[in-house]
Ligand binder design. Structure first.
Ligand code: SAH
Length: 213
């Protein structure tokens, strides 16, 4: 859906600036001030239409959540989901993950989620993959020493690439799951893409990793 078909998107986001943070760069290093309670901060990069971040917010009132999504016409869907979930521990940022270090201070985040990130299958687009080493450097900076990175995807190529990239970077891989839905996990909050691909019978891959401290 093209943005020009959603001229109300800016107004909708401004009206709900308690959820979509309007000057997110001002909060670098001080994100806890944006939340009601000071508690661990979890970040999803590429949150799409927000089913995961809204669901996690509801399931985990003991954490604060931020969904980062660069496409305006998509993040408004996430805004609606967060409002409908009536949870006060989720914020959204309409920016690009390339600016992560300008958005978050060192060791400010406890957990990063990458859910069904764009696979960028062509080798010449490797740098755009959210698990490319330059992104990992940023994640290492903004994550706490014992912080975690969780990746879910249906894309086998991206999964294989990411495992190799984590490993080459020297990260510790704590879980590799090649068929997340084979066993029912009541704690797993499915994303929109996850539901779509799982319904087609495609396996969902998950990896949990952390940086060496
Ligand atoms: N996580 C959602 C959406 C997956 S599609 C789900 O699982 O259903 C990938 C999303 O990541 C898209 O909405 C895309 O706009 C966003 N995205 C990709 N690269 C990004 C970046 N560099 N910064 C912020 N968002 C990004």
């Amino acid at each position: 859906m093209r943005l020009r078909h959603k001229p109300w998107a800016d107004d909708y986001m401004k009206e709900n600036d308690h959820v979509v943070v309007q000057k997110p760069f001002d909060f670098k290093g001080n994100w806890q001030a944006n939340f009601k309670k000071e508690q661990p901060l979890h970040l999803e990069i590429g949150s799409g239409k927000g089913q995961f971040i809204a669901g996690m917010g509801k399931q985990h009132p003991e954490y604060n959540f931020i969904g980062l999504e660069r496409v305006k016409s998509v993040i408004v869907g996430a805004l609606k989901k967060v409002l409908d979930a009536e949870t006060d521990n989720v914020r959204l940022i309409n920016e690009d993950a390339a600016d992560l270090r300008d958005l978050f201070g060192t060791s400010e985040i406890d957990h990063i989620y990458l859910n069904f990130s764009d696979p960028w299958p062509k080798t010449r687009h490797e740098k755009r993959r959210l698990t490319f080493s330059a992104f990992l450097e940023q994640y290492e900076d903004v994550l706490k020493d014992d912080g975690k990175l969780t990746l879910k995807t249906d894309n086998r190529g991206l999964f294989e690439y990411s495992l190799a990239s984590f490993s080459q970077y020297g990260m510790i891989i704590e879980e590799v799951n090649l068929d997340l839905h084979a066993v029912e996990d009541p704690l797993n909050v499915p994303t929109e893409y996850e539901e779509k691909f799982a319904a087609k019978g495609q396996p969902i891959y998950r990896c949990k990793a952390r940086f060496k401290s």
